[in-house]
Design a protein around this ligand. Structure first.
Ligand code: HEC
Ligand code: HEC
Length: 353
C-alpha cells in the first residue's frame, strides 16, 4: 500500500477538504460517549483507554452511518474489478488480519508489498501504515482503494459506481441526508465503521481494570513484557505509535519511515504495532517474515541485527530462558479478545439494510 504519494491522485478540492478536517480536529476534544438523539450509543471510550485521536464530533457515529460503513467494508464494489473488499484482507476472526499470508492477494491476484496487519482501536491511531504514510483515519481507505495491487480503483470511479446503485443512494440518504454520494461521505461512513473497531475486552483488559485474572505464568510473562517490550508496546493500546528499527536487517529492502521522510535516519524504521489479537494475526512484521510468536521472541533474544538505526531500547541483549519465553507467549495470548473477533456487529453477516 502506498501512502501520501498516492494522495497526489486526489484533486485539489479534496485536499482542501482534508485540510479542513485536520483543522477541525484540533479545535475540540471528543466526548467519552456519543449518544445519538435516537438513543443509539455510537462511540464509547473504554474507561482504561486514553482520549481517542479521532474527533467523532465532526462525524458522529450513527446507527445508519455505522451500518453503511460496515456494508462498504465488506463490499467488493469499491474495487475496480468488483472482486476485492476490505474484508478480503482483513478477517474478523483473525483480529482483522490476513492469517497465514505474508502478503495479501489484491486485484487480479497481485500480491501486495506488505503484510496485512490486524486492525483494532483505529480511532486512537495518530498515523496509519507501517511507515506512517497516512495520517488520518478518514483518508486511510483512499490508499487501498487506489493501490494498483490492492483494489486498483480511483476514488472517482468508486463513488460513481456507488451513485449508480439505487440501494447505496438510499443508504447514504438515510445516513447523511444527501441525494448524491460524495467521496467525503464514503470516507465518513468507513471512518464510522473503523472507529467502532474497538478491542478492549481481552483478559489483558480485565487485568488492567484490576480484576487480577492472570494465571501465574501469564503474570510472569507480563512482568517480562513490562521489562523488555513495553517501552515500545506500551499502555492499554500496546503501542506508543513511535517509529523504531527493531533490528530485523542490516540493510532493509523496505526502507520504512524513510520512504515518507526521505531521511537516512528513518531507514528501516516501522511503526510500533499494536499487539492486540497478536496470537491470531500471524505471520508477523511488516513483511510477514516470522510465522510464530516463538520466532518473534527468538528474534528479540538472538536475532537483533546491529543496524545503524537500531532502537536504543534494543541495544542491550534481551536474555530469556525457555520458561521465560513460554510465559511471555502465555501473556501475549491474553491479548486475544474473543468478543471482538466474533461480535456480529463487526461481522459481514446479515446486514439489515
Ligand atoms: C489486498 C489486501 C488489502 C485490502 C483489499 C485492504 N487492505 Fe488494509 N491493509 C493491507 C496491508 C498490506 C496493510 C499494511 C500496509 C502498510 O503498512 O503499508 C493495510 C493497512 C491497513 C490499515 C492501517 C493499519 C495500521 O496498523 O496502520 C487500515 C486501517 C486498513 N488497512 C484498512 C483497510 C480498509 C478500510 C480497506 C478497504 C477500503 C482495506 N484496508 C483494504 C491490505 C489490504
Ligand atoms: C524498540 C521498540 C520495541 C521493543 C522494545 C519491542 N518491540 Fe516489538 N516491534 C517493534 C516494531 C517497530 C515492530 C514492527 C516491525 C515491523 O513491522 O517490521 C515490532 C513488532 C513486533 C511484533 C509483530 C507484530 C505484528 O503484528 O506483526 C511482535 C509480536 C512484537 N513486536 C513483540 C515484541 C515483544 C514480545 C517484545 C519484547 C521481547 C518487543 N516486541 C519489544 C518495536 C519494539
Amino acid at each position: 500500500m502506498l501512502g501520501w504519494r498516492k494522495i497526489s491522485t486526489i484533486t485539489k478540492g479534496h485536499l482542501l477538504w482534508v485540510v479542513g478536517v485536520l483543522f477541525l480536529i484540533s479545535s475540540c476534544r471528543p466526548e467519552k460517549t456519543e449518544v445519538q438523539p435516537d438513543g443509539y450509543i455510537g462511540f464509547e471510550r473504554p474507561e482504561h483507554f486514553p482520549v481517542p485521536e479521532y474527533n467523532f464530533k465532526n462525524n458522529p457515529v450513527t446507527k445508519d452511518g455505522f451500518e453503511l460503513g460496515r456494508k462498504l467494508f465488506y463490499d467488493p464494489i469499491l474495487s475496480a474489478s468488483g472482486t476485492v473488499s476490505c474484508g478480503s484482507c482483513h478477517h474478523q476472526e483473525a483480529g482483522f488480519a490476513d492469517p497465514g499470508k505474508a502478503k495479501s492477494e489484491g486485484i487480479n491476484g497481485f500480491l501486495g508489498k506488505r503484510n496485512s496487519p490486524a486492525l483494532a482501536n483505529l480511532a486512537w491511531f495518530p498515523s496509519f501504515m507501517a511507515d506512517g504514510g497516512i495520517n488520518h483515519i478518514e483518508i486511510m481507505p483512499v490508499a487501498p482503494i487506489t493501490d494498483s495491487l490492492e483494489m486498483g480503483n480511483s476514488l472517482f470511479d468508486a463513488v460513481a459506481k456507488l451513485n449508480s446503485s439505487p440501494t447505496y443512494r438510499k443508504l447514504f440518504k438515510r445516513a447523511f441526508d444527501v441525494d448524491s454520494i460524495s467521496d467525503q461521505k464514503l470516507l465518513y461512513a468507513l471512518a464510522q465503521f473503523m472507529g467502532m473497531m474497538i478491542s478492549a475486552e481481552s483478559k489483558f483488559d480485565e487485568q488492567l481494570l484490576g480484576k487480577k485474572v492472570f494465571t501465574k505464568s501469564e503474570e510472569r510473562g507480563y512482568n517480562i513484557f513490562k521489562q523488555n517490550c513495553a517501552s515500545c508496546h506500551s499502555g492499554a493500546l500496546t503501542t506508543d505509535f513511535s517509529f523504531k528499527n527493531n533490528g530485523l536487517d542490516i540493510t532493509s529492502d523496505d526502507i520504512g519511515g524513510a520512504r515518507i521522510t526521505q531521511k537516512e535516519s528513518d531507514r528501516g524504521k516501522f511503526k510500533v504495532p499494536s499487539l492486540r489479537n497478536v496470537e491470531l494475526s500471524f505471520p508477523y512484521m511488516h513483511d510477514g517474515r516470522f510465522n510464530t510468536l516463538e520466532e518473534v521472541i527468538d528474534h528479540y533474544t538472538d536475532g537483533i541485527k546491529p543496524t545503524p538505526n537500531l532502537a536504543d531500547e534494543l541495544k542491550q541483549p534481551i536474555i530469556l530462558s525457555e520458561y521465560d519465553k513460554q510465559d511471555l507467549i502465555q501473556f501475549l495470548t491474553t491479548l486475544t479478545d474473543y468478543n471482538y473477533i466474533s461480535k456480529p456487529s463487526l461481522a459481514k453477516g446479515e446486514q439489515n439494510l
